[in-house]
Design a binder for this molecule. Structure first.
Ligand code: PXL
Length: 271
């Protein structure tokens, strides 16, 4: 059996709910071999981010080069990139290694408000990385920052998706989780021509730390296995829905989602 392989270029969450920890857990649960290149390390738990330490740019590059020299991934995702210097290096590596399945999760701030992307780095992300992306997965606040649009309605979200598509990615998914006024969460997939709305019931829980990382990791895993964007998006939604519903209830604050839940639903995990 040929094993699908995926690489995450992202930050570490010592609390295990977001960042590379969420990515690797999700890859594993979806039968994809997971690899990582760390950009930064956070000291973090469910109560918040206590510290952030970014890694030297040449060492971020060296990790990516080591992976590509031996274990070529079928798909790559980015998460916390932190600085414009790291973004420039990742963009250069993505071009050099001709990464065609590149998923950009434009991580900006943690739930408690800690900055995971320096504000001046947003332009670098938009100008250098988005043109290389197969798909970019902003939530509503991130879509607002990337476009300067204020988003109140689905029509606003469609307009933002069009503007983000103009930056160069083949697909844009503007996620609906931050649309607090609704009992349904509608994610919007745009391919440059048509919009697909994917809707499901909202799960009311404080244990949603790492949801965005988990969604983009599941999407990356499904693309690594050769699935098309629509089927990959549906599976990523189902994975997150299960992870939010069957909550672990650990930690005193915003707890992690349950990365076992999707497999458990399918009857092969008892956790
Ligand atoms: O969920 C965004 C995110 C990404 N990466 C790291 C994080 C977080 C949120 O806290 O800590 C490392």
């Amino acid at each position: 059996m040929e094993i699908a392989k995926a690489l995450t270029i992202a930050g570490s969450d010592s609390g295990g709910g977001a960042g590379i920890q969420a990515d690797i857990k999700t890859f594993q649960e979806l039968d994809v071999y997971g690899m990582s290149a760390l950009t930064a390390v956070t000291a973090q738990n469910t109560l918040g981010v206590q510290g952030v330490y970014s890694l030297p740019v040449p060492f971020v590059a060296q990790q990516i080069e080591s992976v590509f020299a031996d274990l070529r991934p079928d798909a790559v995702k980015t998460g916390m990139l932190f600085s414009s210097e790291i973004i420039a290096e990742v963009a250069q590596q993505a071009a050099q290694h001709r990464i065609d399945k590149l998923v950009i999760d434009p991580v900006m701030i943690a739930k408690g408000g800690a900055s995971l992307l320096q504000s001046e780095a947003v332009t670098a992300l938009v100008q250098q990385l988005l043109p290389l992306a197969l798909v970019v997965t902003p939530n509503i606040p991130e879509a607002e920052v990337m476009t300067g649009c204020t988003i109140h309605s689905l029509a606003d979200r469609k307009e933002a998706a069009k503007r983000i598509h103009d930056y160069g990615p083949a697909y844009v998914i503007v996620k609906g989780g931050h649309d607090a006024g609704s009992d349904t969460v509608t994610d919007l997939l745009y391919d440059g021509t048509a919009f697909t709305e994917l809707a499901g019931p909202r799960v009311d829980t404080v244990h949603s730390h790492g949801t965005g990382c988990t969604f983009s990791a599941a999407l990356t895993a499904e693309l690594a296995k050769g699935n098309d964007i629509l089927s990959a998006t549906r599976t990523a939604r189902d994975y997150v829905q299960a992870a939010l519903t069957d909550t672990l209830g650990i930690g005193g604050g915003h707890g992690p989602t349950n990365h076992w839940a999707y497999r458990k639903q399918k009857g092969v995990s008892s956790v």
